[in-house]
Design a protein around this ligand. Structure first.
Ligand code: SF4
Length: 296
């Protein structure tokens, strides 16, 4: 089959594009998302949260094509036989682009690696890890002087998060989703933006493959234990027979998002400083400090 833009053979279906046109298509799509949604301003200092996986390298590379004031922040959770490899990839990637990279670890910040916490405590890995990760990302993005924190969340991530909140009757949590995360506007919170919002996981996988990036360690070993994993499986199965469902889900979610935000704004508690660490929190002690205390 021929590319819809030229005479070359296609490497991707729907849209049917050859290698060069597919790469351009993804880069244009991300740049358009940034521009049309006003995600980045000229004078922004961007901190990109990267792990060395396909999504973070893609957002880093494509954003760097149009914006140079970028610092990279990575979190080393301490996941043996996985994170050390992705961080190696990330170091190489940043070195090639002459980008400043800062790595913060659970070991140093919380006294233990994620593996160690999980070997002694019965808790869903992503519940603990996600809390610690968000905490460190915000804390250090602030210290690095970020005006925006970029993450590699894609269309699939967004569809999964919405479904998870629906299934667990926590629709109020979806008010924090969208192209710019969060509902609280406060200096203590760095706005988090998602330039890959309209790119599917399949598209990003194809993009990194066609760019020739060697990404062997793309999935955290704890993923199969997560609720997100089963939702992701269900959505992928559904997408096979109902093409475009994930995109429709996210686009329709965006239509109800303003209402969700409005509703949660009414219920918001004012932000205070955590009495233990001084980071922003809606309760006396923030969730990261609560977890740190509760874990052995
Ligand atoms: Fe942490 Fe879960 Fe992500 Fe693994 S999949 S890095 S445990 S949040």
């Amino acid at each position: 089959m021929k590319c819809e833009k030229c005479e070359n053979k296609i490497v991707f279906k729907s849209p049917n594009l050859c290698k060069d046109h597919f790469i351009k298509y993804i880069e244009n799509k991300v740049h358009k998302t940034i521009k049309e949604n006003n995600l980045i301003q000229k004078d922004d200092k961007l901190v990109i949260a990267a792990s060395g996986g396909k999504d973070s390298l893609t957002v880093l590379h494509i954003t760097h094509l149009i914006h140079k004031n970028i610092v990279v922040l990575a979190i080393d959770e301490g996941i043996k036989d996985y994170r050390e490899h992705t961080l190696e990839t990330l170091k190489e990637f940043c070195k090639e682009r002459n980008l400043e990279l800062h790595i913060y670890s659970y070991q140093k910040e919380f006294g233990q690696t994620l593996d160690s916490y999980l070997s002694k405590n019965k808790i869903r890995p992503c519940t603990l890890c996600g809390t610690f990760r968000r905490y460190l990302m915000n804390k250090y993005a602030k210290k690095l002087g970020a005006t925006k924190l970029l993450t590699g969340h894609n269309l699939d991530d967004e569809a999964q998060a919405f479904m998870m909140n629906l299934f667990t009757s926590q629709l109020n949590l979806s008010a924090r989703q969208g192209l710019e995360t969060g509902i609280i506007k406060d200096d203590k919170f760095i706005p988090r933006i998602k330039p890959l919002y309209f790119c599917s996981e399949k598209e990003i996988r194809a993009y990194t493959f066609l760019k020739g990036w060697d990404l062997k360690y793309d999935e955290c070993p704890y993923v199969p234990e997560s609720f997100r994993f089963s939702i992701s499986d269900e959505l992928n199965d559904y997408e096979i027979n109902h093409k475009g469902s994930k995109e429709n889900l996210v686009k329709n979610f965006l239509k109800i998002l303003p209402k969700l935000k409005e509703k949660s704004n009414d219920a918001l508690k004012p932000l205070i400083e955590c009495v233990k660490c001084g980071e922003p929190s809606s309760t006396q002690v923030c969730n990261a400090c609560k977890f740190k205390k509760a874990m052995v």
